[in-house]
Unconditional design. Structure first.
Length: 637
């Protein structure tokens, strides 16, 4: 119905302007119907060369003010006619305060806000604008009210040639535009941006206008230096508040890293959230040296040195927790690239929250952590969550009757009741020297931050032989790979077989966003990768996120671990003694230890609605063995 009325008005206008003939229109409609709506009327007209692309574009420009937002979205193939019809029904049922059609479609999780914005930009012939905080006249905000601007979701930027430039998310609020025009006694020129971008910019402006409200002052900084004495430049206070508001925003959004990347024409800001980089904003290029210098001061790095790479740390204390920020400065052709790694010390979580399957958690807790001796290796690449699992495991073992001592580079989370040592090469406190001293401290549990070489591996093995329990992280692809790598480091196989108590390999996958999740059916190619049939999954409800403001339109929010726990039995230990190949040891582990691979663990989590099969394929190492779904469910519990 919707598309029919649109096509009728579209066709009538084409005929009126003499752009096509009635015969061409009749044939075009017949072709459209024969293709079951897979081609729109204008697609057919273009393909049959009855109208040129340039003439059609000019015609569309003249007609767009007559188009409805839903019609534009359908024409762009972002939504279907049925979805718009459903949204229109919801709009009619909304009573005295109906929402815009675009808002309803976004709320339904069908499209993103930017898609609606692009349609509005086409309809009203307005530019899409990415606000530049440094180019905004703050006096305009003072003359109105940030609270009022937030309510209207509007951002006045500057006055030029008698026109007030105003960025809005909804260009149909004519009453508000007239009010702004009367207030500033000038005409208004509109631009468009998403509500999220406008509100974020207003928040940043709040930090610039009232530093105490949006800066790090609320965070009671442990290390804080004023900028005035170190940077006698204009606009210092603005830079201070920009950096403070940036760090505060990253902490509140749960970012693990902040990337400040100088490019040829701008300073790009990206946050790593749930393991994925998300572009947040840009600053003008000329702000780069001042912003970097401000961060260097906070991190106690050398402000004058810009040619060498540097590191530093920032400590922030809030009312609820302590935050440790590692700053890395990397010299590039356009200036210094800065990465801030945010370690929230209150984020230490229990084993139960990590995402272990029930049977795997029971085995890890009872057979591994409660064991009095042996080496527990936690393996995986950088960013796979090894450190979090390591600290959760240590915390589980922490007891007044047990002496736990660590050798870390550096200490990332401080746990009460544990003796933790942070390596400092500058003063001679080296990794090897610390490992030599650690066994003389009468420990029950030794934690080695990372097995780096043969020396640290030997220390771990010798400590386990003398009755200590040892935890260590290791960079290997999977659990069996850790055993093979130990063999390749020329550690005696008899020592490896007798001391390794468990190997836990892991990866992180993103969880489906709870705010915008919807049921879906995976593609056949995805099911084939897991050796699943549609009959096997019909008893499960699979979910994926459509994308919303809560998850930065990714469809995912938060992460969960995929685990592969190998507790070697007699058969695996014999395989180590015989120096069998990785494939042979893995097959023995699968047959005799009921080893559950990370991909299998992820598949079960996807079938239970925690993540998606596609996310598991992207992150878990591929496996080539196949087990029945029933047997796998019994293994994981």
């Amino acid at each position: 119905m919707l598309q029919s009325s649109f096509d009728d008005r579209f066709a009538a206008a084409l005929l009126t302007e003499g752009l096509i003939t009635e015969d061409q229109l009749l044939k075009a409609r017949q072709l459209t119907q024969s293709m079951n709506g897979q081609r729109s009327l204008n697609d057919v007209l273009l393909e049959m060369h009855w109208i040129s692309g340039a003439r059609l574009e000019e015609f569309m420009k003249r007609q767009r003010t007559k188009l409805r937002t839903g019609e534009i979205l359908v024409a762009r193939r972002l939504v279907t006619q049925q979805q718009v019809a459903t949204a229109l029904d919801a709009q009619r049922k909304n009573g005295s305060k109906p929402k815009r059609i675009g808002e309803i479609l976004v709320g339904m999780g069908i499209i993103e806000e930017r898609h609606v914005l692009e349609a509005l930009a086409e309809k009203f012939s307005l530019p899409l604008i990415d606000p530049d905080i440094s180019q905004i006249d703050q006096e305009l905000a003072r003359r109105t009210s940030l609270k009022y601007l937030r309510h209207q979701i509007a951002l006045p930027t500057h006055i030029e040639n008698g026109h007030m430039h105003l960025i809005v998310a909804d260009p149909t609020k004519s009453g508000f535009v007239e009010e702004i025009s009367r207030l500033f006694k000038c005409r208004v020129k509109l631009g468009l941006a998403t509500a999220q971008v406008i509100l974020q910019t207003l928040e940043l402006m709040d930090g610039l206008l009232q530093g105490k409200d949006a800066g790090l002052a609320d965070y009671q900084k442990v290390k804080y230096h004023t900028l005035e004495t170190a940077l006698p430049l204009t606009g210092e206070d603005r830079v201070v508040q920009m950096v403070d508001a940036l760090i505060k925003s990253a902490i509140e959004e749960g970012a693990s890293d902040v990337h400040l990347e100088p490019l040829a024409s701008k300073l790009r800001i990206r946050f790593r959230i749930d393991g994925v980089l998300i572009h947040k904003m840009d600053f003008p290029r000329e702000y780069t040296p001042r912003i970097v210098s401000r961060i260097k001061i906070l991190a106690e790095a050398d402000v004058a040195e810009r040619r060498r790479h540097q590191d530093g740390r920032i400590f922030i204390k809030t009312e609820t927790n302590d935050i440790d920020i590692r700053a890395s400065f990397y010299a590039t052709v356009f200036g210094e690239n800065v990465v801030l790694r945010i370690l929230n010390k209150a984020s230490l979580i229990s084993l139960q929250e990590l995402g272990f399957a029930p049977n795997i958690l029971r085995m890890y807790s009872e057979d591994v952590l409660d064991s009095p001796s042996g080496i527990t290796l936690i393996t995986g690449p950088t960013g796979s969550g090894k450190t979090t699992t390591l600290y959760s495991s240590i915390d589980h073992c922490n007891d007044p009757t047990v002496k736990i001592i660590t050798c870390e580079d550096p200490v990332e989370y401080v746990i009460d009741g544990i003796s933790q040592c942070s390596i400092n090469e500058k003063i001679g406190l080296t990794f090897n020297e610390t490992l030599r001293s650690i066994v003389r401290q009468d420990p029950d549990i030794i934690v080695i931050g990372e097995i780096r070489d043969k020396f640290s591996a030997d220390v771990a093995v010798q400590s386990a032989l003398t009755g200590h329990k040892v935890f260590a992280t290791f960079h290997t692809e999977d659990s069996v790979g850790a055993l093979v790598r130990m063999i390749n480091m020329d550690i005696e196989t008899s020592l490896i077989a007798s001391t390794i108590g468990a190997v836990l390999a892991q990866r992180l996958v993103r969880k489906v966003c709870a705010h915008c999740r919807t049921q879906y059916s995976p593609e056949d190619r995805v099911l084939r990768r897991f050796d699943l049939s549609r009959d096997q999954i019909k008893s499960f409800t699979l979910w994926r996120g459509q994308g919303c403001s809560s998850c930065n339109f990714t469809g995912y929010r938060g992460r969960i671990g995929l685990y592969e726990l190998l507790v070697p039995n007699v058969d695996v230990r014999d395989a180590i003694l015989q120096k069998l190949t990785m494939q042979e040891i893995r097959q023995i582990s699968l047959d005799s230890c009921n080893l559950c691979s990370m991909q299998e663990d992820g598949m079960v989590k996807a079938l239970r609605g925690l993540t998606t099969l596609e996310e598991v394929l992207e992150n878990a190492p591929r496996v080539f063995h196949r087990r029945s779904l029933d047997s796998l469910m019994k293994i994981v519990g």
